[in-house]
Design a protein around this ligand. Structure first.
Ligand SMILES: *Cc1c(COP(=O)(O)O)cnc(C)c1O
Length: 407
């Protein structure tokens, strides 16, 4: 008799049939605006390398120098003997940058979210999340055992209703020791829009909830100094006690951190299982991220250029008759709807030498398949012209997006 493990093919066939099958391409160059992929050069609008630091000579050199003196592997978890001086220096610098007492490094954002939420909440607690939150926040909420409620995307009124309902239903049981956490993406990864963090912080105060923000796409990009959403909304440690950011996107390296009070960080060191039971990030990554931090702080022109590119691109889209999203961040989605059509558009661009990923369910809600275009400070205006031209041709040829002013 054949075992279930010999019968995985039907689910794969179904996924292909639904146009939801995922495939990897192999990158043969460094990350950047121009990449070598499967033997051909492409203009790349798919990475999260928002400041172009993943292959920045100073960041590469910091990584090399650290590898020369500290080696490649960290060799152990942070609590055993893997906590190197470059980890420690980066934690101190990140905490100061975001205006928090302390920071703690994790080996990735997914691990950080899982570890933070599970360390803080358990059965009998409550976690509240935006419906479009990143999978890692949702998974953290589910695995914590706390009651998970989700409000409609950026819908403060709906959130307030749910909180009122929850308060009424809990009042008879006088459960005053329930821990309540509102966890939200700062910038939504597939839409590029920003959570109304000022309003969310107010609601948190009103309902005795702690606010946690995942700033994976805002850190390094938003705020006058690039310190992200917390800076943009001027939220201090009391208003936003749990601030998580990643180092693999705008910072161009790998890893993540959480910043907050001394007591929060100590709690995570003691209880966050994804911090405790894993090998520390290579110390050279911490050293490279330290160099990225210097660049973020000393080169505001990168963020300025990025802003100009975003404005230019959106004007171009509008002039060509495309429906604009509300996003003012480097993530610029073009909603197509149907997965097959999104794939066709992406394939059309690919054939023209332009890399734009089609994002399909379950990454985004059913019926909202899209092209997720990301801009970086390493792009030029003429590269945007190429993209705009190719988008027009692709939409005309596939009929996938009907633009204003067209039959
Ligand atoms: C990318 C991302 C993560 C995961 O971070 P990694 O460091 O890549 O594991 C978490 N949250 C959001 C919103 C993200 O976009």
């Amino acid at each position: 008799m054949s075992s279930w493990i010999d019968n995985l093919a039907p689910a794969l066939r179904a996924r292909k049939q639904d146009n939801l099958y995922r495939q990897r391409s192999t990158l043969q160059s460094a990350q950047g605006p121009l990449v070598q992929l499967d033997g051909r050069e492409y203009l790349n609008f798919s990475s999260n390398d928002y400041l172009g630091l993943a292959n920045h000579p100073e960041v590469v050199s910091a990584f090399q120098q650290a590898a020369n003196t500290q080696g490649v592997g960290s060799g152990a978890s942070h609590l055993v003997v893997g906590h190197h001086s470059s980890h420690h220096e980066l934690e101190v610098a990140l905490a100061s940058f975001v205006g928090r007492e302390r920071a703690l490094l994790f080996s990735g954002g997914y691990m950080a979210n899982l570890g933070i939420i599970k360390a803080l909440l358990g059965k009998g607690d409550l976690i509240v999340e935006d419906k479009l939150n990143h999978a890692s926040l949702i998974d953290g909420g589910l695995s914590s055992g706390a009651e998970l409620i989700r409000y409609r995307h950026n819908d403060i009124q709906h959130l307030r209703q749910l909180l009122e309902k929850n308060r009424l239903s809990k009042s008879s049981t006088t459960k005053n020791n329930t821990r309540k956490l509102l966890a939200v993406d700062g910038v939504f990864s597939m839409d590029g829009d920003i959570a109304p963090l000022d309003q969310l912080a107010d609601l948190c105060q009103q309902y005795d909830m702690a606010l946690m923000v995942d700033d994976a796409h805002g850190f390094g990009v938003l705020g006058e100094h690039g310190a992200g959403c917390a800076e943009q909304f001027a939220l201090n440690q009391t208003q936003l006690p749990i601030l998580m950011g990643t180092l693999g996107k705008a910072f161009g390296v790998a890893g993540a951190f959480v910043a907050g009070s001394d007591a929060l960080i100590e709690t995570l060191i003691q209880f966050a299982r994804t911090y405790i039971y894993t090998t520390a990030l290579p110390p050279a990554c911490a050293a490279a991220a330290m160099q990225s931090l210097q660049i973020v702080q000393q080169q505001p022109q990168l963020r300025e250029h990025l802003k100009h590119l975003i404005r230019y691109f959106r004007q171009g889209l509008e002039q060509a008759g495309f429906a604009l999203s509300t996003s003012l961040t480097p993530i610029q989605p073009l909603i197509v709807g149907d997965s097959e059509q999104a794939l066709a558009l992406s394939q059309h661009l690919f054939d023209a030498g332009i890399l734009v990923t089609a994002i399909r369910p379950p990454t985004v809600p059913v019926g909202t398949a899209r092209l997720r275009i990301t801009l970086t400070a390493a792009h030029s205006f003429s590269q945007l012209d190429q993209l705009l031209e190719a988008l027009k041709v692709a939409s005309d040829n596939t009929g996938a997006i009907v633009r204003a002013g067209q039959a």
